[in-house]
Design a protein around this ligand. Structure first.
Ligand SMILES: Nc1ncnc2c1ncn2[C@@H]1O[C@H](COP(=O)(O)OP(=O)(O)OP(=O)(O)O)[C@@H](O)[C@H]1O
Length: 629
């Protein structure tokens, strides 16, 4: 994709009219591009892919210190591994369209599942897709964007001009409105394995085989997109952008499937990093889970019917798991997570299932297994394991069968979760009341199943409780719930990590005020920023934001006098993770706090009519949300 593509519109046949691309390079300023655009009759399609990819890579490697990187050492290793795969899926184009001209047919088609982010840079365009039903072709999703900055005011409008997102699959076209040339910037994120996904058109048409595209290698030019596109300068590194945990999670997404790419210690690093991006403050517990529950366990992510889709790493992991089993080292089949309510036990369970490529966990409350009818509880317990047992039987039959295409069948992992297990697995009593009798019968039935679980390699049983001390020791014996991990209340740094996770999406969308970002990270505001912040909680230079915030400040300074929390607003080194503010709060409490602060900010935008585009969560919102608890 390293190329400059020039798309000639349908009616242009005289390619002599095209300016020599080398002329473009005499000056790299954007203005000259536009000037050149004005003089060319052709649509020009610049593919900036390799440059953007290089910049992503360079930005990553050129960071001078670990703090300057927005990632920890573990993330770094993980990103090293995913960088190549990730960047190979990003493509960036500038499409320059002469006045009144439509982009060449079949020139803009991306794989199904691709995301295309577009932004009008100059002029006016009509954007549409062509839908064909039978013989008729009609325009669909037509929309028009216009921008001709000629005054200061219009220049400002240009800055806040909206972007659009489209999905791949169908061909899309742009038509420059008949009032001058137009320029559109597009960034495309291709889905994983995009090469295998269908586009509705033959890929050959993308290569310019239809005679309409002129492909010139970019090495002939040496142009510099950072000058042309005026990319933002590199961050000073003073302000921690909080991407450390949240973004790495986003990056590792492509979802759980990323783990399938790695083996051995690399996979453990990827797993730890994945957990830390979603679960805060539980480093020790996560290390234990990775070492004792996940390591050495095969991933059967592709469901039992999918042969051949497995990566080499998965195949190796399977071989390793079989080898370990031969040596008598088997992954645990039972895990107990215990700890106070809201500390993230259920969250961890879901992440474990995701990490192992298992189907979504089957979660039941232990009390649901109590059935007062004779035999009812036994039936409920049986049903819980039924699916896993049936699938295993099918796989064993397949392995024994002579049919070649059946022999590969492997059962995927079933994660079965029993919540509030103390409701049933209490120390057994000799009492003859009917409740105790039902409970004892469930316990016996489950113990039998648990012992059987050893024979069910496709099951991981996870039990959860807030009251471990009530449990019958029989359930905790080796072979049953033999790994017991306490999920503790977060300490100060843990609370910070959880704050960073739950405010992560807002931060990524640049919707957190500067003082709030500092308070989440526990860093002092810089002097000039401090002054700036006391004048207004400034995040960017967008004027409408500032106006809105100014109005808000005026209103809230009146309210402030009445607020018990108001005094801390003046502080320049407020740390939200401090005991004073979030001490004693669980992960669920902090998640609720973030939601409430977000809703306060949203209510404000509803009132002042600025809508979601004006949403900005401030430190004051968080303080108010704390006061409302
Ligand atoms: N350590 C954490 N990191 C990030 N978010 C957390 C953490 N702990 C809790 N949360 C948030 O709180 C929500 C509720 O937590 P969860 O249901 O996992 O707690 P729990 O320990 O299972 O509670 P309970 O014992 O009451 O069932 C989670 O979905 C998540 O949004």
């Amino acid at each position: 994709m390293d190329r400059l593509v020039i798309h000639l519109p349908d009616d242009i046949t005289d390619s002599n009219q095209t300016m020599s691309p080398s002329q473009i390079l005499e000056d790299e300023q954007r203005a000259q591009w536009i000037q050149w655009m004005k003089s060319t009759p052709n649509t020009v399609f610049l593919d900036l892919t390799s440059h953007i990819q290089q910049m992503v890579a360079q930005n990553h490697y050129e960071a001078e210190s670990d703090e300057e990187r927005w990632i920890t050492q573990d993330h770094l290793q993980f990103i090293d591994m995913t960088l190549e795969e990730y960047t190979s899926r990003i493509a960036c184009h500038v499409i320059l369209i002469p006045s009144g001209v439509e982009t060449a047919p079949l020139s803009l088609v991306e794989s199904t599942g691709a995301h295309v982010y577009g932004k009008l840079l100059y002029g006016g365009v009509t954007r549409f897709r062509l839908l064909k039903s039978g013989k008729t072709v009609r325009r669909a999703g037509e929309s028009r964007e216009v921008m001709i900055p000629s005054s200061k005011e219009q220049n400002r409008q240009q800055q806040s001009h909206p972007s659009w997102v489209q999905l791949g699959g169908l061909e899309r076209r742009y038509e420059a409105i008949d009032m001058g040339p137009a320029a559109v910037l597009e960034m495309t994120m291709l889905p994983r394995l995009w090469q295998d996904l269908p586009t509705i058109f033959d890929k050959a048409t993308l290569q310019g085989d239809n005679g309409e595209d002129m492909v010139i290698t970019e090495s002939a030019f040496g142009w510099n997109p950072s000058t042309m596109l005026k990319l933002l300068p590199k961050s000073t590194g003073k302000e921690n952008d909080g991407n450390n945990s949240t973004n790495s999670g986003t990056r590792s997404s492509g979802g759980n499937t990323a783990f399938e790419l790695y083996e051995g210690e690399q996979r453990n690093v990827a797993l730890r990093s994945h957990f830390q991006s979603r679960v805060g403050g539980l480093q020790g517990s996560i290390d234990s889970i990775v070492r004792r529950v996940l390591d050495g366990r095969s991933i059967y992510a592709q469901s039992i019917h999918n042969e051949g889709g497995d990566s080499d790493a998965i195949k190796k992991a399977r071989l390793e798991a079989e080898e370990l089993a031969l040596l008598g080292i088997q992954p645990v089949r039972g895990l107990l997570l215990y700890g106070r309510p809201g500390t993230g036990k259920t969250l961890i369970v879901r992440e474990i299932a995701r990490a192992l490529g298992a189907r979504p966990p089957k979660i039941v409350a232990a009390s649901e297994l109590l059935d007062r009818w004779v035999g009812g509880s036994e039936r409920l317990v049986r049903e819980l394991f039924q699916e896993a047992e049936d699938e295993l039987k099918l796989c064993q039959m397949a392995a024994d069968s002579d049919e070649k295409d059946m022999a590969h069948l492997k059962s995927s992992l079933h994660v079965i979760v029993i919540d509030e297990i103390d409701a049933v697995f209490r120390v057994r009593t000799d009492s003859a009341d009917s409740g105790a009798i039902t409970r004892n019968s469930v316990v016996n039935q489950l113990l039998a199943k648990l012992d059987g679980v050893r024979a069910l390699p496709n099951v991981l049983l996870i039990a959860m409780t807030n009251r471990r001390e009530l449990l019958d020791p029989a359930i905790l014996r080796p072979g049953r719930l033999e790994v017991q991990i306490e999920i503790k209340m977060p300490d100060k740094e843990g609370r910070r990590e959880i704050l960073q996770i739950h405010f992560g999406a807002l931060r990524k969308g640049n919707r957190l005020s500067y003082p709030l970002r500092c308070a989440i990270d526990g860093v002092k505001m810089g002097k000039s920023s401090e002054e700036e912040a006391q004048r207004g909680e400034v995040v960017g230079n967008d004027e409408s934001h500032n106006k809105m915030r100014k109005r808000e400040r005026l209103k809230s300074s009146a309210k402030k006098l009445l607020k018990p929390w108001s005094s801390i607003r003046q502080s320049t080194s407020l740390d939200l993770a401090d005991d004073e503010y979030t001490g004693g709060m669980s992960g669920a409490d902090i998640a609720g706090l973030a939601r409430n602060a977000g809703s306060l900010a949203l209510a404000r935008t509803r009132k002042d009519g600025s809508g979601v585009s004006g949403l900005l969560v401030t430190l004051e919102d968080v303080i108010q949300a704390l006061g409302e608890r």
